[in-house]
Design a protein around this ligand. Structure first.
Ligand code: FES
Length: 140
């Protein structure tokens, strides 16, 4: 059965509309958790809306920020650091064990603030640029 031009356009519009709706829902969901992705690739973290950032050593994983696997760690009252989660040894993403970062590739260990503990990495996790203003941490 051959599809008419009208049927094709109606279907195409429905697909575009569904995609737009999904994108809007994703934006809303991000805003609800206090994490907002900006069009320029930066991520805005509204600290007060994220329970994990209300205590020292609390961690929130942002996924990738401008292509870099990134997490934010609360380092003190109203102080935070954004970390590049790529291990300095060979670039494998480190994992949060609850008390430290551990590289699954060769076992390097880092404090939650990124400081080097042990292993072949030999140095701390790199920071990702971030700025705190009016309770919003802009990362990237
Ligand atoms: S890549 Fe992390 S210790 Fe080798």
């Amino acid at each position: 059965m051959e599809q008419t031009r009208r049927q094709f356009l109606t279907g195409a519009c429905a697909l575009v509309g569904a995609g737009l709706g999904a994108a809007l829902l994703a934006d809303s969901a991000d805003a609800a958790t206090g994490i907002k992705r900006k069009k320029n690739g930066q991520v805005e973290v509204t600290v007060a809306q994220i329970p994990d950032l209300q205590q020292v050593d609390g961690v929130v994983n942002l996924g990738t920020v401008k292509g870099i696997p990134t997490a934010v760690v609360c380092t003190g009252p109203s102080t935070y650091i954004a970390l590049n989660l790529r291990c300095p040894h060979a670039g494998v993403s480190v994992r949060d064990t609850g008390s430290e970062w551990l590289c699954p590739a060769h076992g390097s260990q880092f404090e939650l603030d990124g400081a080097f503990i042990s292993g072949p990495a030999g140095r701390a996790l790199a920071p990702v640029r971030s700025r705190l203003r009016n309770g919003v941490l802009t990362v990237g």
